[in-house]
Design a binder for this molecule. Structure first.
Ligand code: GTP
Ligand code: MG
Length: 197
């Protein structure tokens, strides 16, 4: 898919503030610092669209970016960041769960996981929550430039094995590096396919 335009639409601190204009939403979520905002910038080819930071907890609001005037990329706050309030730390923040369960236009959720790490408990809990709520999702491995191809393959295989302990089928899986622009076409083509359905 070609990206002809990508513009910031709005930031929402409550679910009631999201656009809700019927345009399909493709959202990105994962632990704080996993690379959600960087991925959005890489996909759109706009390096400064979403705010990126080495400090976890940068994205606090639900940010909508309108792409090609037709659909939204949604940058969600990270979960599992220890320095946010206790309320937000326990489970997933109300903003995240509220958005995921209540947005009528959420089409697909990309769950980002760091390709260097073994499956993290909080990600597994989150994926279980998605299953319980029937939310369509895929797994995006991030920062693949930070490990060797051999280690990447073994980590991805270990992750799939872990998922198959509780799921009958694997979700779509994407390997990405925002640094090396890896996985861009795969994700954009996947979104294009969803939009064409
Ligand atoms: P929060 O908004 O805080 O939840 O973080 P986020 O998930 O949006 O992460 P962000 O995109 O801000 O990136 C966090 C850090 O990881 C930054 O220092 C990025 O430069 C770095 N980073 C993100 N993606 C990649 C990647 O593909 N490769 C490498 N090497 N670094 C990356
Ligand atoms: Mg962010």
């Amino acid at each position: 898919m070609n990206i002809s335009s990508a513009v910031f639409k709005c930031s929402s601190q409550k679910v009631s503030q999201i656009p809700g204009d019927g345009l399909p939403e493709f959202a990105f979520i994962g632990r704080s610092n996993v690379g959600k905002s960087s991925l959005i910038n890489m996909l759109t080819g706009r390096p400064a669209l979403a705010k990126v930071s080495g400090t976890p907890g940068k994205t606090r609001l639900v940010n909508h970016f309108l792409v090609n005037g037709q659909w939204y990329l949604v940058d969600l706050p990270g979960y599992g960041y220890a320095r946010v309030s206790k309320d937000q730390r326990e489970g997933f923040s109300k903003l995240i769960t509220g958005y995921i369960c209540k947005s009528p236009d959420l089409y697909f959720l990309f769950v980002l996981v760091d390709s260097r790490l073994e499956p993290q408990k909080i990600d597994m809990q989150f994926i279980t929550f998605l299953g319980e709520n029937g939310i369509p999702f895929g797994i995006v491995f991030t920062k693949t430039d930070k490990l060797t191809p051999g280690k990447l393959t073994s980590n991805v295989e270990a992750y799939k094995k872990k998922l198959l302990e509780s799921w009958e089928e694997l979700p779509p899986v994407f390997l990405t590096s925002s640094e090396k622009k890896q996985g861009r076409e795969e994700i954009l083509d996947f979104i294009g396919m969803c939009l064409a359905e």
